[in-house]
Design a protein around this ligand. Structure first.
Ligand SMILES: [Zn+2]
Ligand SMILES: [Zn+2]
Length: 396
């Protein structure tokens, strides 16, 4: 593996920062301590620091030479509202807050790259180091864009990276086109008319209607969309009634829809409204549908994907670059940045979990698991990827 020696030399320093962030997780839009730490390190290394985008976001800018070309590298900073079960020294100090998605490591890899780039400036152009808040459901990327991210810090292309437990350390994965799905949630309220359960003909039973709506929704997936278009619709909540002898007034159905294409989302939303409303109407009830599009699909641009893959080839060899990796139905708010600018989002292998220090909890090492820990071996690999990407994109 061709990692940069100088980054390997300051791995211990960056690893200490990573573990400090892990021990002090902050939830979306509360990344004050993490933002202070990031801004402090960037300033210490002589990098221009801009704060306040998206609330707690931080942008570090390094300029060198005369070229007008520019590149954006992005790391997310937030933790999850869950209890850590690890007991090693750098476990979370806060109940119900945990870096279970490895964003502590994403910050660390970008800091390691920042330090190297600031010291050596091996490029001609401008590098924007984007540390964003609130990836976990808060759309922090969009908030930074709304606050003028790409107007104030123009980027010809933007790149993102997530650690990925099912790839080995020393492997990367990426694909052109959809890489992660859109995240959408819906809530359908069926309103009927309550009555005595022994006299249902005097009311309108919303439970009976809701059950038919749920059945009808799966028909959208199997009958309405093109079979070749991937999509999942999961009803995860059905709520109605409090007593066995009372027909309730209303029933609530809720769940999630994931797709790789906005047109498929449009179709599912439109059919969902019709099925809910017309099924309810058929039985004398009514239905209200709330459909919320949380994140769009993460769609990589072809040219930037090939570019990123060529950089990876030089670091880990083509055999360790999983081109055309199967997309996942998880979602990611880097999707907003890829709508605003060309770019590519990639996975970096985090290994099988055997790296975790003594005292780790049980279970596998998947993201969002209570015994997850970012693998510090990735710091030099991920930072080398960032640096080589910059060197090649802003070649002198
Ligand atoms: Zn996550
Ligand atoms: Zn994540």
């Amino acid at each position: 593996m061709n990692v940069i020696d100088r980054i390997v030399q300051f791995r211990a320093e960056i690893q200490a920062i990573r573990r400090d962030i892990h021990a002090h997780p902050e939830l979306r839009y509360e990344e004050h301590r993490t933002g202070d730490l990031v801004a402090g390190k960037l300033a210490e290394w002589g990098i221009d620091v801009h704060r306040g985008l998206g609330g707690t976001g931080v942008v570090g800018t390094i300029r060198h030479g005369k070229s007008k070309k520019s590149i954006g590298l992005r790391a997310d900073m937030d933790a999850l509202p869950m209890q850590e079960t690890n007991e090693f020294a750098h476990r979370s100090r806060h109940d119900h807050k945990m870096h279970a998605c490895g964003h502590d490591g994403h910050v660390a890899m970008l800091l390691a790259a920042a330090k190297y780039l600031a010291q050596t400036k091996p490029f001609d152009g401008t590098v924007h180091l984007i540390f964003q808040p609130a990836e976990e459901g808060g759309a922090g990327a969009q908030k930074m864009i709304d606050d003028g991210l790409f107007d104030r810090f123009p980027c010809d292309a933007v790149f993102g990276m997530h650690n990925w437990p099912s790839l080995n350390v020393g492997q990367f994965g990426l694909t052109a086109g959809p890489m992660m799905a859109s995240g959408n949630q819906f809530e359908i309220t069926v309103t009927g008319k309550g009555s005595h359960a022994a006299m249902p003909h005097l009311g309108t039973d919303p439970v009976f209607v809701a059950v038919q709506v749920v059945q009808g929704l799966q028909g959208i997936i199997t009958r309405a969309k093109k079979p070749i278009d991937a999509a999942v619709l999961s009803v995860t909540i059905i709520k109605a009634g409090d007593a066995t002898n009372v027909v309730p007034d209303f029933a609530v159905i809720a769940g999630t829809v994931r797709t790789f294409d906005d047109r498929v989302t449009d179709l599912i939303e439109e059919r969902m409204r019709r099925i809910a409303q017309l099924t309810a109407e058929a039985h004398g009830a009514s239905a209200g549908v709330k459909f919320e599009r949380t994140y769009p699909p993460t769609v990589n641009h072809a040219r930037e994907t090939e570019f990123a893959a060529s950089v990876m080839d030089d670091i880990v060899g083509p055999a360790n670059v999983m081109r055309g990796i199967e997309p996942t139905l998880g979602s990611e708010d880097f999707s907003f940045m890829l709508r605003a600018r060309p770019g590519c989002y990639v996975f970096i292998g985090n290994g099988d979990g055997s790296h975790r220090a003594a005292g780790h909890g049980l279970g596998p090492c998947m993201l969002h698991n209570s015994s997850f820990d970012f693998n510090d071996e990735l710091i030099p690999i991920g930072a080398t990827y960032w640096v080589r990407l910059v060197e090649k994109f802003l070649a002198r």
